[in-house]
Write a protein that binds this ligand. Sequence first.
Ligand code: 13P
Length: 259
Amino acid sequence: MRSDFSLRNVVIAGNWKMNKTKAETEAFFDAVKEVEVKAGVEAIVCVPFPYLITAKRLTENTAVQIGAQTMHFEKNGAFTGEVSPVMLQDIGVTHVIIGHSERREYFNETDETVNKKVLAAHEHGLTPIVCVGETLEQRENNETLSHIEQQVSYALAGLSAEQVKQTIIAYEPIWAIGTGKTASSEDANEVCAHIRSVVSKVASSEAANEITILYGGSVNMKNIDELLATSDIDGALIGGASLEADSYKKLIEAGNRRK
Ligand code: 13P
């Protein structure tokens, strides 16, 4: 299946994970607030919960959007320590990462909770950035495509084709996260094209053509152009290289070049 990437935005999403202080958050957004983000490019930064309101305030009237890194699927209730989709929507957050491999590994996130969270995100007008990816062992055993197919089908179960189109999927091979090892652009593109064929099966070929698919795993300013030059990778979910304003701005410039 051939996809038409002119239909889709280029998305440059930072995932700060559990990093930065309030002062560092302020300095970062002060440095990126004037950044040029071309039409058809989206710049998103997913910050820790305590800094969401600060980040929202500092990016008012800028092209930078703010996302959270996880959430609960219930609206409210006795879930000590959790944050609900209603709360995120209430403070103007637009995106939320769901099912990051670190959440799956350390915090018991399962395909089932990922699906509940994806449904809840849509119900509350948040765009979910759903992470999928294989372990090194699965890649070596040739199980990558079947594993990704299972994670994607599970995550999207019960969504309308319209909601599927409004979902972002991030392919993040676990062995490439924070290791300095990037998947080759061919391998990453092969998996992203496979994700499109899964979306075509579970939703529609139109949804497959329109859904935004990102690559994540040791993306930096040296390798991003090559990744973005492929047919099925629409952007990147970036950890380490999104932490410094200069580096994040260079990644956005790469997104601008692609449009
Ligand atoms: P790194 O870019 O640091 O490898 O992290 C990738 C990631 O997990 C983004 O969600």
